[in-house]
Design a protein around this ligand. Structure first.
Ligand code: HEM
Length: 517
């Protein structure tokens, strides 16, 4: 009887350990042991330290070991082998490779929401989809949508000005719905009017879901879905996923209603002048794929790609716009210089912004780049190696291991950015960029798995920031010291960022040109 009880306990303990620990192949374990890194309990590794780290200090922990091990160290987290790379030469090898394209293990936590969409997927599935979807973010399509960017941003600016007399405003409350309206109208072809409905269920659900996801990464014993769902965070996440799925389905339903009545390519299809191919916006391309190949492109496939772009296409640009405006509200001299540039372009005219205007916003572009340096909205990138990774002068990292690269830490490394905590748009002058290692600046990642929406994002950020700065003067209320940053897939702030807004247009800038000097 005792023996049976003992056997039962042993089987139970083994089951729990197997549920908690990731078990890499023996070859990975043996080869991984040769890499430099802090000595910890085998396989448990950094898991115990992570348990006692506040979410906003998790990157500091990685930074501590990066400094100690010269930007290259290995660590286990409950059996997950992770190699941290922060040297731009090493980063270049990983990101420019056509082989190391699979996402790290923690992206699995996104699957209940994004399933096998572009963001978490890997291998041939990702390759096929990326090739098919790349043209949906073609320059011609983006240029055609600048009017949509402008219309939504102008509406947002007006709302800011309408409410500015009552006190400081929370930037996120304006920029999140605006970015959501922009991505829905441009990529999905539907108007959900998130700005006028003031319904923030979707954006709030994303924020909670991503923060819960970080909690799960920092408490890696919760990796199994069944364990996760037993916790209060897990239960909340299940509710949030329902909200997120419903939102995605609603977007598809609305577009399908118009699409099926159109049947043939609608007026938004256009010819790519160079190769004579048809260019379609994102959602129409998905619906066409589903229409012609319902076996290989099911409605679930459409749904997962819509969810991926809804998320990646709004949380990133709204967060970056919030940070840029907040920083400018702390640097009136930089804000003034940006305003002067805009005044040179538009004068007193409150007309719509055009593509030619955006091309003239050289200083504003430097501000955007510097914002993405100091607060990169995607603070961590991870890959799982399907082949050994060979780096110059370092032991190889075995297949099966994960690689972690942090744009947040890289962009604050004083080897590449002197006085890294100082906001200085001039770092992005032509000469400064030419002398810097190209892989020392990776806000959109780089190589084949870089951001599909990079051009979309840069145009959108220019329209949003130029419109706000043309019509409003921003003064920051939330102090730098009050805010900590949480790397929850997207970089979140611990407190809402508040600014004071004053109307602008009648005020003339004091440039030598405007004074007739
Ligand atoms: C400031 C704005 C943005 C930044 C900084 C940014 C950054 C990034 C980064 C770093 C990645 C790679 C993530 C990784 O490897 O784990 C990525 C991927 C992606 N981004 Fe963006 N992004 C932005 C805006 C957008 C927009 C506007 C869209 C859509 C319109 C978009 C769609 C995507 C998609 C679908 C992926 C996955 C691509 C793939 O794996 O093939 N992003 N983004």
């Amino acid at each position: 009887m005792w023996l049976l009880c003992l056997l039962f306990v042993a089987v139970f303990v083994l089951f729990i350990l197997q549920q908690i620990f990731h078990i890499p192949p023996l070859r990975t374990i043996l080869k991984f042991a040769r890499l430099p890194g802090p000595v910890r309990i085998p396989f448990v590794g950094l898991a115990l330290e992570l348990l006692f780290v506040e979410p906003w200090d998790s990157l500091n922990l990685i930074n501590k070991y990066c400094k100690q091990y010269n930007d290259f160290f290995n660590a286990y987290v409950l059996g997950v082998p992770i190699a941290v790379l922060q040297d731009p030469d090493d980063i270049k090898v990983v990101l420019s490779s056509n082989y190391h394209i699979d996402k790290g293990v923690y992206y699995k936590f996104l699957e209940p929401w994004l399933a096998g969409g572009l963001i978490p997927s890997g291998g041939d599935k990702w390759r096929t989809r990326r090739r098919l979807l790349n043209p949906t973010f073609h320059n011609r399509i983006l240029e055609d949508n600048i009017g949509n960017f402008w219309k939504n941003t102008r509406f947002m600016t007006q709302c800011m000005l309408n409410n500015c007399a009552t006190g400081p405003i929370k930037l996120k409350d304006y920029l999140n719905p605006c970015a959501l309206d922009i991505i829905c109208e441009t990529a999905m072809g539907v108007s959900l009017n998130a700005q006028s409905s003031k319904n923030q269920d979707f954006t709030n659900a994303i924020q909670r879901y991503l923060e819960a996801l970080l909690f799960r990464v920092l408490n890696p014993y919760l990796k199994r879905e069944w364990m996760w769902k037993l916790t209060p965070h897990g239960r909340r996440s299940t509710e949030d996923i329902k909200t997120l799925h419903n939102y995605g389905r609603n977007v598809i339903r609305q577009r399908m209603a118009n699409y099926s009545s159109a049947k043939t390519p609608d007026q938004s299809d256009m010819e790519d002048g160079i190769r004579g191919k048809k260019l379609q916006p994102f959602m129409d391309k998905l619906l066409e794929l589903n229409h012609h190949n319902p076996g290989s492109w099911t409605e679930d496939d459409v749904h997962e790609e819509v969810n991926s772009v809804l998320f990646a296409g709004h949380d990133t640009s709204s967060g970056t716009s919030v940070y840029a405006l907040w920083i400018l509200g702390h640097h009136p001299e930089i804000q003034e210089k940006a305003y002067e540039e805009l005044y040179e372009i538009f004068g007193e005219d409150d007309r719509e912004v055009m593509m030619e205007d955006l091309q003239k916003m050289i200083y504003l572009e430097k501000i955007i780049k510097e914002t993405l340096r100091i607060l990169p909205i995607v603070p961590v990138i991870m890959r799982q190696l399907s082949q050994d990774l060979h780096l110059a002068g370092k032991p190889s990292i075995p297949a099966g291991a994960n690689v972690l690269i942090s744009p947040f830490l890289l962009h604050r490394n004083d080897k590449y950015y002197p006085n890294p905590d100082t906001f200085d748009p001039e770092r992005f002058g032509r000469e400064e960029c030419a002398t810097r290692h190209p892989f020392a600046y990776i806000p959109f990642s780089a190589g084949p798995r870089s951001c599909i929406g990079q051009k979309f994002a840069m145009l959108q950020l220019k329209v949003i920031l130029s419109t706000v700065l043309r019509f409003c003067k921003i003064t920051s209320v939330t102090k730098y010291e009050e805010v900590k940053f949480i790397p929850a897939v997207v970089l979140h702030s611990t407190v809402p960022i508040e600014v004071r807004v004053e109307p602008r247009l009648t005020e003339r800038p004091k440039t030598p040109q405007s004074l007739g000097l």
